[in-house]
Design a protein around this ligand. Structure first.
Ligand code: PNS
Length: 165
């Protein structure tokens, strides 16, 4: 069975990788799909996010990384997939995820949303909190894969250079 694991992944965290690894054990093929996230100002471009995801999932043979625009259910259909996989960290995620799952079902009744619990050690993690910690000089070791930590540092350094000119 083919599943799509969508998200902003700005940037991918260790919690995301944990959910992707879990999904890859359950589904025959997992497509990790990066959405442009309109309304939110992204730190990394979609191409950069796709690149980082490819690096950090290269050890999982049945995972492919892609980007999409428009409605998630249209993308899922275009890939001939039938499942959307979302990670759940805590009760606080539930309300918005519940709303999105039911809206996606309303749009496309043939597509099911499946929730996977992240490892407890990642339950407090989010891309936004990681970006905030990195921007304020804190360590993000273990919160994101090593290559992502490096990219984050580079990106923030470049932004600082631009802002100081
Ligand atoms: O990582 P995020 O920001 O929680 O991911 C949210 C995402 C990308 C899954 C959601 O915004 C989405 O599905 N976007 C695509 C547009 C769409 O289909 N919107 C209606 C969702 S009910």
């Amino acid at each position: 069975m083919k599943a799509v694991c969508p998200g902003s992944f700005d940037p991918v965290t260790s919690g995301h990788v944990d959910v992707i690894e879990r999904a890859a054990k359950v589904f025959g093929q997992v497509i990790v799909a990066v959405a442009p996230s309109p309304g939110k100002e992204a730190l990394f471009s979609v191409d950069e996010r796709v690149g980082m995801l490819r690096e950090v999932t290269s050890h999982i043979p049945n995972v492919r990384v892609d980007a999409f625009d428009g409605l998630l259910v249209d993308y899922v259909r275009s890939q001939e997939a039938s499942v959307i996989v979302k990670g759940l960290r805590a009760v606080s995620d539930f309300e918005i995820e519940f709303q999105m799952a039911l809206m996606n079902r309303n749009l496309e009744p043939e597509v099911e949303t499946v929730f996977m619990m992240t490892g407890a050690e990642y339950s407090y993690l989010s891309s936004s909190i990681v970006k905030e910690i990195a921007a304020l000089g804190g360590s993000v070791d273990g919160l994101v894969p090593r290559t992502v930590a490096r990219r984050l540092e580079e990106k923030l350094r470049k932004l600082e250079e631009v802002n100081s000119k």
